[in-house]
Design a protein around this ligand. Sequence first.
Ligand SMILES: [Zn+2]
Length: 346
Amino acid sequence: MKNLSDIKETAIQAIRDCKNNADLNQLRVLYVGKKGEIQEVMKAMKDMSKEDRPAFGALVNEVKKEISALLEERKCVLEEKELAVKLEEEKLDITLSGYRPHLGNIHPLMLVQQELEDVFVGLGYSVAEGPEVECDLYNFERANIPKDHPARDMQDTFFINVEELLRTHTTAVQMRQLEQSQKEGKEIIKVICPGKVYRRDDDDATHSHQFMQCEGLVVGENIRLSDLKGTLLFMARKMFGENRIIRFRPSYFQFTEPSVEVDVSCHICGGKGCHVCKGSGWIEVLGAGMVHPNVLRMAGFDPKKLSGFAFGVGMERIAMLKYGIDDIRAFYTNDLRFLKAFNRFE
Ligand SMILES: [Zn+2]
């Protein structure tokens, strides 16, 4: 059996040398645990005389207390050290400059689309969408452009097969809306159809094989050309400024009769003449007209009871005029320098 003073000495040394709490716990078990060395020494008491026992017991307890106190003291020191190491490891260097998250921005054509939607939803229109791969029926036939009609040459497009093609105008969506409304028994239609369209065009500064239109359609009782004019004047002022005026020039479209080209007074010079309006004071912005009776008839409506107007704007045209862009290809070539010019956050 070990001598009590030897135990005390080695214990004190071991505790001082201990480098972490896990080892310290083992020392606790080894010296002052239930089966530890101090307890072992206590067993010697049973062989002692009654007179010697109290003094021996007190001595052993004294040593036990001393070792326990040392263990506790060392524990505090080690815990403090461990905490300091942990804090050092987890230290956050807030002086490093951070990464700025890359924020995207809305494409200028979408800005125009959103603006047009705001204008027309405010007037009680709904917004309709349709497929970009469209049937000949809705793209041409229902729009009063039968097969072999020369007007089809103006809208040559990409055909998927004989009956399916990439739509050449969002008029196709109007035709679907007419058919749908007739089936549902609606007699008032107020809808705009924004979306991508396609033509077999060679790309240059003013032509693109893909572009965006926003067409509008109103059908109801007693809808007149003056309603069309009022609507378009309202739109022109919302899009180009309160002082704009518009004028109609006769034109021709298959699906409207009469048809008009619509000019808006130049928003740059106010009508005096500048390079944007090429000195005329007017800018051609869109085409419109009264819905052709054949179009209403083909959708199942009686053109004697109902009438309507339709219009179509090119969104690139609007964006180019509003933002002073001179090449339509800029919308589709994904040059970030161009797109970031429309970043409202910077
Ligand atoms: Zn001008």
